[in-house]
Design a protein around this ligand. Structure first.
Ligand SMILES: [Zn+2]
Length: 240
């Protein structure tokens, strides 16, 4: 097994992160979104290897509102979402928002899930570290259910992902990453329903899973992608 065969097996239709962001931008141009009239938001893991997705989006859209928490979970809530929306340009009474929301996973040179090589570190490490930590807790016993003020984001991640877990099973890291993706998509759509007025705003949702290659480059497995323009949902494709 190599990284490429693991990628093709677990995440078919994956594309390079730079191509993914470029295609989302190009596609949205035809729906009236552009750098001059749109507030872009990115929720990725706090891990520095996740940052390039947000940086690419910032390059494309000119600015980025940071929605990031551990594992890419969206813990900024209504207040965070409303803040970003209130910073959007108003063009003829209309506002436009774009959301990129992604958990992440690394693969090693032999296609091992979760294995990550970081510059300057002699031993391989893990990504996503928060999901790996949660999974290890599940393997040992039931992870703590309380909200630990000294570990707020991991506490919230445990509470949120526990709702998605198959009963009595410890998912593989790949499956846990997919569950995180589902939770992030659900939370994104829930927060958008609570905060967006589609009568005066258009928005786009770009979700999926960010994948780190052993050479340090990033890929994106595209999940649910769409825009809502004039209240109407439009599917978005990033296929070449
Ligand atoms: Zn992470």
């Amino acid at each position: 097994m190599t990284f490429q065969t693991a990628l093709a097996h677990h995440f078919p239709s994956t594309l390079r992160e730079t191509d993914f962001v470029a295609r989302t931008y190009q596609t949205l141009l035809r729906y009236g979104f552009g750098q001059h009239n749109t507030m872009a938001c990115a929720g990725v893991c706090r891990d520095e290897i996740s940052r390039p997705l947000a940086s690419e989006a910032q390059k494309a859209w000119g600015k980025i509102f940071d929605c990031s928490s551990l594992a890419g979970m969206l813990f900024l809530g209504k207040t965070g979402f409303r803040a970003a929306q209130h910073h959007a340009p108003q063009i003829q009474g209309r506002e436009r928002y774009v959301y990129y929301a992604f958990p992440h996973i690394a693969f090693g040179r032999g296609g091992e899930p979760g294995v990550c090589y970081r510059p300057g570190r002699s031993e391989p490490s893990g990504a996503c570290g928060a999901l790996i930590a949660f999974r290890q807790e599940l393997e040992r016993a039931q992870p703590p259910a309380n909200l630990d003020p000294d570990d707020l984001e991991l506490s919230l991640l445990r509470q949120r992902l526990r709702l998605k877990l198959p009963h009595g099973e410890v998912p593989s890291l790949i499956d846990l990453t997919r569950l995180a993706y589902e939770a992030i998509l659900e939370d994104l759509e829930h927060l958008l329903a609570l905060t967006v007025d589609a009568a005066r705003s258009d928005y786009a949702v770009f979700t999926g899973i960010q994948v780190h290659a052993p050479d340090g480059s990033n890929y994106v497995w595209p999940g649910v992608l769409y825009a809502v323009v004039g209240g109407k949902r439009q599917p978005i494709s990033v296929e070449g």
